[in-house]
Write a new protein. Structure first.
Length: 533
């Protein structure tokens, strides 16, 4: 038994030693495997598999292969669009056969002797239905007498316009191919994130089927000439003239935007391009197919968002809501429901309103003639009363495509002093030169019946000269009329100076401003919000 016991002890010691070696070997294997994996990752040789986590970074060659695969999948559905414009008409004043005597007519006379040719332009588009429906930009086919569509395989068809939407700069075309055509899918633009890889495909400078790669630089971007329905996806994928109307696609090959604009000093690629999100494009496409046009709900008011300055001056608990700056349509839905200038809309059909753009999106996405519950705040003395009303939405009228130029024209107004002697007048607070309204001024500025202080000039070195609206236009201009400051009406300089004299750096200011719009020929009101600097 003693010998047996000694043998058992020896076996136990051997087993313990073997077990220790097993642990050491297993640990070494694990460390070796980890080193191999890390080395592969560091060397860029890791290939993603179906079991790889979604947020795992893929190798460069894998990304390159993905670009190639997406391009092959999408390119057959991308089309080159050639348009032939209408022949320009050059007419001479007076009788056609009369000799020009007015110097202004001489140039026109010689123009008439030159051969008149139509204008030609190129753009891009993409097929969204196998029966031949194509999405592109409105400006690509605007004023065209003939539209030709060329596919990747060289087939060419004459396209007809099914419908257009100037608000989003989109158009739907149709070709009759007599067969099923390759298509792309409109994806979810709300799911895109800054940093996502994208491809832009189109015909820059007429070079069909050109593919460029980049990332999403920003979402919901406004540009100086956007409408209320254009909040773009910004990308650094190269977009040039001729890319307009082409698709911006994600790495699944889904269209997440329609390439529409570029920011450039030369007209060519500067690394900043803009695509209309596919969510808006899909809505426009469905509306045009159903109605031949886009029908949007309409309140008939001008709006601005509640900002921190406004919330502070008006004692709002949170920086949310959209306030009415003007009743644009005196017979519109808002006017009929009793809404007034300065009312703050906080809820639309039970949903909170984050700001002006949020309310515009909610209204425009609602069917015209539908009755909607509105919650709003109205100033009553020194308090804001919560009120509710039911509004039957109207239908938004078609927008003039040339209206986009008004912000550019308006932005030059401040540079020209209304009063040539303004430099001899002491500047009032904020760098504004103000004057009390007189009957003569009311006639000059077309502000008859209005009271307040007229802005005669703005010191370009002042901080207020740099204030901009959401569209990029100057917030204040010479000729504007300030009617209220921080909830107090002002008709004389003393009242204005008394109020501004008590303000200090960091204080909030809300100005109620009126101005004559020389394009619509009406006096419009708006609110300018800023912090004293």
């Amino acid at each position: 038994m003693a010998g047996y016991s000694s043998s058992r002890e020896i076996q136990k010691r051997v087993w313990r030693g073997q077990r220790a070696w097993f642990v050491v070997l297993a640990s070494a294997c694990l460390l070796l495997a980890a080193g191999v994996v890390l080395g592969l990752l560091a060397g860029g040789r890791f290939n993603a598999t179906a079991e790889t986590p979604e947020n795992f970074r893929v190798a460069p060659e894998t990304l390159s292969a993905s670009f190639a695969e997406v391009s092959k999948r999408v390119e057959p559905a991308v089309v080159n669009i050639d348009t032939k414009g209408k022949v320009p008409e050059v007419s001479l004043k007076g009788e056609q056969n009369s000799e020009p005597t007015n110097p202004d007519d001489i140039l026109e006379y010689f123009k008439r002797q030159l051969p008149r040719r139509p204008a030609y332009s190129v753009g891009s588009g993409f097929i969204v239905d196998k029966t031949g429906y194509i999405l592109t930009n409105f400006h690509v086919i605007d004023d065209a007498s003939r539209i030709s569509v060329r596919l990747q395989n060289g087939e060419e068809y004459v396209a007809k316009i099914i419908g257009t939407d100037e608000e989003t700069d989109l158009a739907v075309l149709k070709v009759e191919a007599g067969k099923d055509l390759p298509t792309v899918k409109l994806g979810d633009s709300d799911a895109v994130q800054v940093g996502d890889w994208v491809l832009a495909i189109g015909s820059p400078f007429g070079l069909a089927q050109t593919v460029t790669a980049g990332i999403i630089s920003q979402t919901r971007r406004e540009t100086p000439y956007t409408t209320s329905f254009q909040r773009f996806i910004q990308t650094d994928a190269a977009i040039n003239r001729g890319n307009s109307g082409g698709p911006l696609v994600n790495m699944n090959g889904d269209v997440i935007g329609v390439n529409s604009q570029i920011a450039s000093t030369t007209g060519d690629y500067n690394g900043i391009g803009f695509a209309l999100p596919s969510k808006e494009a899909a809505y426009v496409y469905r509306q045009i197919l159903a109605n031949g046009k886009v029908r949007r709900g309409y309140l008939g008011v001008n709006l601005d968002s509640v900002k921190p300055e406004f919330a502070k001056v008006y004692d709002l608990g949170e920086t949310k809501g959209a306030f009415v700056t003007d009743i644009r349509d005196r017979t519109g839905a808002a006017a009929k429901a009793g809404l007034q200038i300065n009312d703050i809309i906080t809820e639309f059909n039970g949903e909170p309103v984050a700001g002006a753009q949020d309310l515009i999106a909610k209204v425009s996405a609602t069917e015209p003639q539908k009755e909607i519950n509105i919650v709003y705040l109205r100033e009553a003395g020194d308090k804001l009363e919560r009120r509710t009303t039911v509004i039957k939405l109207g239908e938004r009228p078609s927008n003039n495509p040339n209206a986009a130029t008004t912000t550019e024209n308006d932005s030059t107004r401040r540079k020209l002093s209304v009063n040539p002697d303004a430099n001899n007048t002491p500047l009032t607070p904020f760098g504004l030169t103000l004057a009390e309204m007189t009957p003569q001024m009311a006639t000059t500025y077309k502000l008859e019946g209005q009271t307040g202080l007229v802005i005669k000039s703005i010191d370009p070195a002042s901080f207020i000269a740099d204030l901009k609206t959401a569209s990029g236009a100057d917030a204040l201009n010479a000729g504007d009329l300030i009617q209220r400051i921080n909830r107090t009406s002002v008709t004389d300089l003393k009242t204005f100076n008394d109020i501004t004299g008590k303000l200090k750096t960091g204080d909030a200011v809300v100005l109620h401003v009126s101005s004559y719009n020389r394009f619509t020929h009406v006096v419009q009101q708006r609110i300018v919000q800023f912090t004293v600097q």
